[in-house]
Design a binder for this molecule. Structure first.
Ligand SMILES: [Zn+2]
Length: 191
């Protein structure tokens, strides 16, 4: 007991560190669990932000005979970063979506896109709408990749982008907060 009482005092943070339970601050939380995002996109984006999407490079860790080539372009090794942000297919999808939402960020790094949305002078509603479109793009690219892997067909980018825009618009319309300003509402109507 005496020993217990004489134990040095640790802060909660130190204890968590010692237990190996300290977690880094989650700056993408709002992006992933955004109310305007289509529900089925959220889990895939959560995996992406944690670097856990099961791309070909991860399959090869368990099965050395598994293919390593990107299912969308067939040119490069499929890593999460390549598939979603470096592949010519995904870059075209992201460019179209960024243009649609009027995003100015020209890079293709997801953290950069999220940061630029967060730092922009847009209203909260518009920021959430941009995040919903980005999350939808990530999800659509992953689904196109799976279509290619399992059904041997890659959706045309134009069709994918059109469907993505329709789905994002429909979702936002359905869950649009009541207190959206008139200017935000007219911005949304132009999408
Ligand atoms: Zn590729």
């Amino acid at each position: 007991m005496q020993e217990f009482l004489s134990m040095p005092q640790y802060s909660r943070q130190t204890i968590m560190q010692k237990l190996g339970e300290e977690k880094p601050p989650v700056h993408w939380d709002r992006y992933v669990w955004n109310r305007l995002s289509i529900n089925k996109c959220k889990f895939i984006n959560w995996l992406v932000m944690r670097g856990r999407l099961h791309t070909a490079d991860k399959s090869r860790m368990y099965d050395p005979n598994a293919t390593s080539v990107c299912f969308l372009c067939g040119l490069y090794d499929e890593t999460q970063e390549h598939l979603l942000f470096k592949c010519c297919y995904s870059q075209q999808v992201l460019t179209d979506i960024k243009r649609w939402m009027g995003m100015e960020y020209s890079g293709d790094e997801i953290q950069g896109v999220i940061r630029s949305i967060s730092r922009s002078r847009r209203s909260k509603f518009q920021k959430n709408a941009c995040n919903a479109a980005l999350a939808g793009a990530v999800y659509s690219i992953w689904m196109a990749r799976n279509d290619s892997k399992w059904n041997l067909k890659v959706p045309r980018i134009q069709c994918l982008v059109k469907m993505l825009k329709d789905n994002v618009r429909r979702r936002i319309f359905l869950v649009m907060p009541k207190k959206v300003s008139r200017s935000d509402r007219s911005w949304f109507n132009t999408l």
